[in-house]
Design a protein around this ligand. Structure first.
Ligand SMILES: [Zn+2]
Length: 128
């Protein structure tokens, strides 16, 4: 049981590598999006007509329009989480829950390297 709850150097290196790979992938994706953006910038106002009166129509129009914007937003958020995780590794603070200060199970971190809270706290937050 001890081995499952303690982070070792090998696991940490593996997680760091995973974070770096994800980071590079996201930067590539963001570059792709910004190229598309500049390409389509002229059409943007035409593609974003005035809001309709029905909430459903609004939602549909916005979701079509905002796919790229939304993707970009999510990528930037993820990139920021990755950078924070890498910073925590550098500072030797990685793998500690930001709410209760307990170590996060390495298994959870391998599955979700950007996690900054343990499962117990995450569950509590989601149910409250
Ligand atoms: Zn916690």
């Amino acid at each position: 049981m001890e081995n499952e709850t303690k982070m070792d150097q090998e696991t940490l290196d593996q997680i760091k590598q995973e974070l770096m790979d994800r980071k590079n992938k996201i930067i590539e994706d963001l570059n792709d999006i910004s190229r598309e953006d500049s390409h389509e910038a002229d059409n943007r106002s035409a593609k974003f007509p005035e809001y309709g009166d029905k909430p459903d129509e609004n939602a549909q129009e916005i979701s079509e329009y905002s796919t790229t914007v939304e993707t970009e937003r999510i990528l930037e958020k993820t990139l920021s989480d990755i950078n924070k995780a890498l910073k925590r590794i550098e500072d030797g603070e990685y793998g500690v829950c930001k709410y209760c200060g307990q170590e996060i199970y390495p298994k959870r971190l391998l599955a979700r390297p950007t996690a900054s809270s343990c499962i117990e706290c995450k569950t509590k937050l989601q149910s409250s």
